[in-house]
Design a protein around this ligand. Structure first.
Ligand code: 5AD
Ligand code: SF4
Length: 474
């Protein structure tokens, strides 16, 4: 995968395969240890926290050492072929552990489990349990089933499940930022995408349970929440009967969370160009604590390709949404996702994507070569006919372009003062702190007296790389 930058950690390359450790002790203890490793998007990492919560209830402790585990779970991603390959390679490595400990339970969770279902058991002999994203409440039963000598599968998708009542445990948390899932599934049917098949129909979570979770996080010292959904702009939750029906949309939800406390930063991902309303943009602008940063995947800058992708907007519509952001939210960072070499994409059409990048000058971009996924509309309807070397050449071209614009955006902050939420020491040195600006840029500055992680500071930006702002507290 060609991630240029990982600004919002919604698909954080550095976290792929990370083992998660429960921060709190489990109340009950059954003497068994769970090792859980996650791949894919932030939604998957958030789901692993739900899984750990459910199993903590039945007495499992977490461990970051798979060789000492009684249950190994791998929470998988299907988005591109290479994401699945990575999981298969990883499973091979667990074979040795299983030989040493025949009582070990090995389970596959998440999108790949949903996609392959019981085929997984035939293809990967060491796997005992296969569980889709809507069936995690069934995990204790499924483990019992394996303990009694059977293999276990539950890949039922649900129209209602949002795990709203599962009290969230935070895994590997810095105690400052948390992801909060606000909806599940996706109804968009982009022709390249496997998600509607692996995560099922879209459903929104009760806004009061979201607000309560965010408030609880704030009370426990957290200072930033990222509201997660495949398409947050289509968030919609209704309560009450016909005449007294109250419907909460995404703009309302943002406001509800922003009002918890001005010191709680609110981020969100992912926005959809077809659904993002001016109303949402006005709400972002109205509250200082809703961050000025929007991830708005374009996928392609060409209208014919967008139609084949079934994105339901065209180039003009997308440009109109960009113009609305620039008009309503001065100083808003914008990032995107791009796919190169989609079915039948011509060189001219690729150039339209490049020119879109020139138009928007994105702050960040995640860029990918098209990877055909079995079962998707594109796989059924169109030939994956762009040769690998052409896909790669186009990708290289847009990656280079993005480097230029990322640097341009970073450089434009020099001399400005950024409000930074300190997250911890910088990766390179414990003489520096790292945190993010409102626009989601990583900011590095010297450690000093009078401020610490979890607090806000004003940093004067003195220089930059393509990925980081460097400065000093003022
Ligand atoms: N091939 C390449 N990239 C894909 N994405 C989704 N499906 C595919 C695919 N089949 C990208 C899109 C999406 C991001 C999460 O992953 O750009 O926005
Ligand atoms: Fe997340 Fe999509 Fe991967 Fe599933 S397939 S883990 S929804 S990125």
């Amino acid at each position: 995968m060609m991630d240029l930058l990982i600004p919002d950690k919604t698909h954080d390359e550095s976290r792929q395969g990370e083992a998660l450790m429960l921060n709190a002790e489990t109340a009950k203890n059954n003497g068994r240890k769970l090792y859980i490793e996650s791949y894919g998007c932030a939604m998957n990492f958030s789901d692993s926290e739900i899984v750990a919560s459910i199993l903590a209830e039945s007495g499992f402790e977490t461990t970051t050492d798979h060789t000492s585990a009684d249950v190994i779970f791998i929470n998988t991603c299907s988005i591109r072929e290479n994401a699945e390959q990575r999981v298969r390679n990883r499973l091979k490595e667990f074979t040795v552990t299983k030989v040493k400990n025949p009582g070990l339970v090995v389970g596959v969770l998440g999108c790949m489990a949903e996609r392959l279902k019981s085929k997984f058991l035939e293809e990967e002999k060491l796997v005992d349990v296969v569980v889709g994203p809507d069936a995690y409440r069934d995990l204790p039963n499924l483990i019992d089933q394996v303990d009694s000598g059977q293999k276990a599968v539950n890949v039922l998708l649900s129209r209602e499940e949002t795990y709203a009542d599962i009290s969230p445990v935070r895994l590997n948390s810095n105690g400052i930022n948390a992801f909060v899932s606000i909806m599940r599934g996706c109804d968009n049917m982009c022709s390249f995408c496997v998600v509607p098949f692996t995560r099922g129909r879209e459903r929104s979570r009760d806004p009061l349970s979201i607000e309560a979770e965010c408030r609880d996080l704030f009370d426990r010292g957290y200072r930033e929440v990222t509201l997660l959904g495949q398409n947050v702009d289509s968030y919609k939750y209704s309560t009450g009967e016909d005449d007294n029906k109250i419907t909460t949309n995404f703009a309302d939800l943002l406001e509800l969370v922003a009002l918890i406390n001005p010191d709680l930063r609110v981020r969100f991902s992912t926005s959809h160009p077809k659904d993002i309303t001016d109303d949402v943009l006005y709400t972002i602008n109205k509250y200082d604590n809703i961050c000025n940063y929007i991830h708005l995947p374009v996928q392609s800058g060409n209208s014919r390709v967008l139609e084949l992708m079934n994105r339901t907007y065209d180039r003009e519509w997308y440009i109109n949404r960009i113009d609305a952001i620039r008009r309503i939210i001065p100083d808003c960072a914008i990032s995107t996702d791009v796919i190169t070499g989609f079915c039948s994409e011509t060189e001219e059409e690729h150039k339209d994507t490049v020119s879109m990048m020139d138009y928007v000058k994105y702050d960040f971009a995640y860029m990918f070569k098209y990877s055909e996924r079995p079962g998707t509309l594109a796989a059924k309807r169109y030939a994956d006919d762009i040769p690998e070397d052409v896909k790669q050449k186009r990708l290289t071209e847009i990656v280079a372009k993005q480097q230029e614009y990322s640097f341009y955006r970073m450089q434009s902050r020099i001399g400005k003062v950024e409000r930074v939420l300190i997250e911890g020491f910088s990766k390179k040195s414990d003489k520096d702190y790292a945190g993010r600006s409102d626009q989601n840029a990583m900011v590095i500055f010297p450690v000093g007296e009078g401020y610490k992680p979890g607090e806000y500071v004003n940093v004067l930006v003195e220089r930059s790389t393509t990925a980081t702002l460097i400065g000093k507290v003022v």
